[in-house]
Design a protein around this ligand. Structure first.
Ligand code: ADP
Ligand code: TYD
Length: 209
């Protein structure tokens, strides 16, 4: 829907603050689409390519200047689009990405306070015409996300941030959901995994039809 030229594939991004539950549901979405005959490519940002995974390692573990962080996120994205997303869409595949540009607005913009105009400039440079056909925004209150994170894993650089950082990220995600209601679907991720799957199947059913 939002590509500059008609391409046969579809692009779905998964967003939400850390611990919201998005990674849990990507496999379900991939299986749902494959069961309906779609060829699915699952990927992630930062990362998804050889260069991108090296950038991911830096981004998740090294302290750096905020603008460096934003530029590296978009460098990883540029490579991801060139190597994975654009070729996949051209082949007619359904490309699933664990995060895309909404994450830069939420984390570097909302969380860290980078001027939105700078992020818009990077977006216009790196992907002036490409937008996801659908963005699934997994939304939970901060305390739920934090409890899920604490129960499961060693925390990376972003996950070690404090509550006000995630509160600002979540606020920016929800602001964007209101700004782009045709693209971003907010998924109430406080529900059980089963209930969330049923909701996702409804949303995807419309896109597949
Ligand atoms: N709806 C849910 N109810 C309960 N626990 C969940 C739910 N969704 C995810 N979880 C659990 O929360 C943890 C974090 O989920 P994850 O998908 O890794 O989050 P994210 O990718 O958004 O950071 C995992 O242990 C996962 O099993
Ligand atoms: C894509 C992107 C991710 N991030 C952050 C959000 C996450 O904390 C982190 C990595 O994302 P994620 O893959 O969700 O981490 P995990 O595998 O631990 O679930 O990168 C940004 O700050 N800006 C961005 O543009």
């Amino acid at each position: 829907m939002t590509h500059s030229k008609a391409v046969p594939g579809k692009f779905i991004s998964f967003e939400g603050i850390d611990g919201a539950g998005k990674s849990t549901h990507i496999g379900f979405v991939a299986d749902y689409l494959a069961s309906r005959g779609k060829t699915v490519v699952s990927s992630r940002e930062p990362g998804g390519t050889a260069v991108g995974e090296k950038l991911r390692d830096l981004l998740l573990h090294e302290k750096m200047d905020l603008e460096t962080e934003a530029l590296l996120m978009f460098a990883s994205r540029r490579e991801h689009i060139a190597q994975v997303i654009a070729p996949g869409l051209a082949r007619g595949d359904w490309v699933l990405s664990d995060r895309f540009t909404d994450a830069s607005f939420a984390y570097q913009g909302g969380g860290r306070g980078l001027d939105r105009a700078k992020l818009e400039a990077l977006e216009n440079w790196v992907h002036p015409h490409l937008q996801p056909d659908l963005t699934l925004l997994f939304d939970v209150p901060l305390d739920v996300a934090r409890a899920r994170l604490d129960a499961t894993r060693t925390l990376d650089k972003f996950e070690q941030e404090q509550a006000d950082f995630f509160s600002a990220c979540r606020k920016e995600y929800l602001r964007r959901a209101a700004q782009f209601p045709d693209r971003i679907v907010v998924v109430d991720s406080t529900r059980s995994i089963e209930e969330t799957r049923a909701f996702l199947a409804q949303v995807l059913g419309k896109l597949v039809a």
